[in-house]
Ligand binder design. Structure first.
Ligand code: CP
Ligand code: NVA
Length: 301
């Protein structure tokens, strides 16, 4: 694995291999078995958007693998003053062994990989959130025993999370149903990919999407960078809340995933969130294990 730029670049088998390694690293971490696969290696982390989970789980993860991290923010670096990504890529490649980046444009991440000479890991763009979805798939498999043949539904915005869940879910053999209002559907690139799968459904009816689902997933209605659209979005997503009525459509043992941070009372009720807190916080923990697996696969050479 050279980079992790988006799940569209990976095969289903490659995704499963990352999940298998993540499970193994989780086991070793829980049993005090050290695994210094990246001893002495440096991960450069670039944040052009806020983060709690991604920031902490990558830094703790590289440390557990025997390496260390250097963190750059756009404001505190020349990136915020307009230094071109082509130059940042070539400079950082001379100092660090891998780069994790969280930014707005997917093109910037692709360019970082194109112009740099070290592995690049996408820690969220407007287009996708592959690390999060690897952690989600890991969590679903942990609780359900397998992924193949399960039905996942995503209720809400056709955003980075929906995009990666559609691609990741279909690639590992899940049926994927997404419900979003018109005007908030996933981009053409994702729909073009998904239309090759009979088990993909796009609807504007959340109850329909949730029918017989094994896993119900949602995310905020207003993502980072869209703050000015908040009011308009709140109106557009009325009726897209994961609540008791929606959960009644899913299988009785359906689990809920949320990448966090969550807005209780908007995309999910307090009641449903707290009933599913065990699965949701395991999902947050699994960011650590899944990303360690990604770092090992890309940086241990
Ligand atoms: N889910 C997620 O990526 O969280 P952070 O924004 O806190 O990193
Ligand atoms: N869709 C959200 C995910 C945050 C982890 C955002 O992009 O803000």
């Amino acid at each position: 694995m050279e980079h992790l730029l988006k799940l569209l670049d990976m095969s289903g088998e490659e995704i499963i291999e990352v999940l298998n390694l993540a499970d193994q690293l989780k086991y070793e971490t829980k049993h005090g078995i050290e695994h210094p696969h990246l001893k002495g290696k440096c991960l450069g982390m670039i944040f052009e958007k806020s983060s709690t989970r991604t920031r902490v789980s990558f830094e703790v993860g590289i440390n557990q693998l025997g390496g260390y991290a250097v963190v750059l923010s756009s404001e505190g670096s020349q990136i915020g003053r307009g230094e071109p990504v082509q130059d940042t890529a070539r400079v950082l490649s001379r100092y660090v062994d891998g780069i994790m980046i969280r930014t707005f444009s997917q093109q910037e991440v692709e360019d970082l990989a194109k112009y740099g000479s070290v592995p690049v890991i996408n820690g969220l763009t407007d287009f996708c959130h592959p690390c999060q979805v690897l952690a989600d798939l890991m969590t679903i498999r942990e609780f359900k025993g397998s992924l193949d043949g399960l039905k996942m539904c995503f209720i809400g915005d056709g955003n980075n999370m929906m995009n990666s869940l559609v691609v990741g879910g279909l690639k590992v053999g899940m049926a994927v149903s997404v419900a979003c209002p018109e005007g908030y559907r996933p981009p053409k690139e994702i729909l073009d990919f998904a239309k090759n799968y009979d088990c993909f459904e796009l609807t504007d009816d959340p109850m329909q999407a949730a029918k017989n689902a094994d896993v119900v997933i949602t995310d905020v209605w207003t993502s980072m960078g869209q703050e000015e659209e908040r009011q308009k979005r709140e109106a557009a997503f009325k009726g897209y809340c994961v609540n008791k009525e929606l959960m009644a459509q899913a299988k009785p043992d359906a689990m809920v995933q949320h990448c966090l941070p969550a807005h209780r009372g908007e995309e999910i009720t307090e009641e449903i969130f707290e009933q599913n807190a065990q699965h949701i916080f395991e999902e947050a923990e699994n960011r650590l294990h899944a990303q360690k697996a990604v770092m090992v696969k890309t940086m241990a050479k």
